[in-house]
Design a protein around this ligand. Structure first.
Ligand code: SIN
Length: 276
């Protein structure tokens, strides 16, 4: 195994490693890599849907997406498709997945099936570093506060993606409140746990102040020195710790540069803890 560190902030590509060899007995190797690097990447992995499900089950219970219909035989696998003529990309914009859930998923596994010749990279960002480097004045205001996270309803997840379908179960928005600074249940590290896609309000302060503060925090979280970028190839796998990272799938599909090509990924998510 060789480890290629992707940036000063987070992320590592693990070389000469076959995910098919991971079982309950040697799972610690994989989990330790994930806890250290927060997002880990593997190329040329020949992984069938049932093997993807098995890999996910080593982390915990694999859940179905709240709004998007999964594959016929594997309802927990969400197939993310950008059709060839589409410009939009599912997952565009900074977010941690389903932060509006009571127990937002702890781990996400993405498997690339078909990748355009150019465009559609994903950027990941380290929210422990975001907390460490945040302005002290802002830290003092928010350290003991909660924020409201709201889902954007089922349309948000399907209306711009012709190949993706709502599961028809939940059409409405729903929300949960979480500490703004959460503690990683495995490492004890502090994490800045708000994101511009789902966090709507800091509780316990006037709305105007909340808006201004969130705007400053979101700008801080976007800092490029907190991030790493992964260029996908077919049959790559990303495993990310959704508790302490955010990610952003880039929709840079322009004529002659990615537009006219499909981008297809499979995604599974593992049930997490209630943030504390
Ligand atoms: C997501 O936000 O989970 C999608 C990421 C990607 O397709 O790169």
């Amino acid at each position: 195994m060789k480890i290629n560190i992707l940036s000063g902030a987070l992320g590592a590509e693990i070389l000469n490693f076959s995910l098919n060899t991971i079982t309950h007995d040697n799972f610690k190797i994989l989990n330790d890599l994930l806890l250290e690097h927060k997002v880990i990447f593997f190329r040329d992995q020949n992984i069938a849907p049932e093997e993807l499900m098995y890999l996910g089950s080593l982390f915990g219970t694999v859940e179905e997406h709240a709004y998007v219909k999964g594959l016929e035989n594997f309802p927990q696998i969400t197939r993310i498709v950008k059709a060839a003529n589409e410009k939009n990309q599912w997952g565009e914009g900074w977010h941690s997945d389903v932060s509006y859930d009571l127990k937002p998923c702890k781990t996400i596994i993405l498997r690339s099936i078909k990748i355009p010749p150019v465009g559609g990279d994903t950027v990941f960002s380290n929210m422990e570093l975001a907390w460490e480097t945040l302005d002290e004045g802002i830290k003092n205001i928010i350290h003991d506060k909660k924020a409201l996270h709201e889902s954007n309803g089922s349309k948000f997840f399907v209306e711009n993606y012709s190949q993706m379908e709502s599961n028809g179960l939940v059409g409405e928005k729903y929300s949960n409140e979480h500490p703004i600074v959460r503690t990683h249940p495995e490492t004890g590290n502090k994490i800045l746990f708000v994101n511009p896609t789902y966090t709507k309000k800091i509780l316990g302060i006037p709305e105007n102040d909340s808006n201004k503060l969130l705007e400053k925090i979101f700008r801080h979280q976007e800092r490029l020195d907190l991030s790493c970028r992964f260029k996908w190839t077919d049959n790559a796998i990303a495993i990310l710790d959704n508790r302490c990272t955010q990610h952003y799938a880039i929709a840079d599909f322009y004529p002659g540069r990615g537009l006219g090509h499909e981008r297809i990924m499979d995604r599974i998510a593992i049930v997490g803890d209630q943030p504390f």
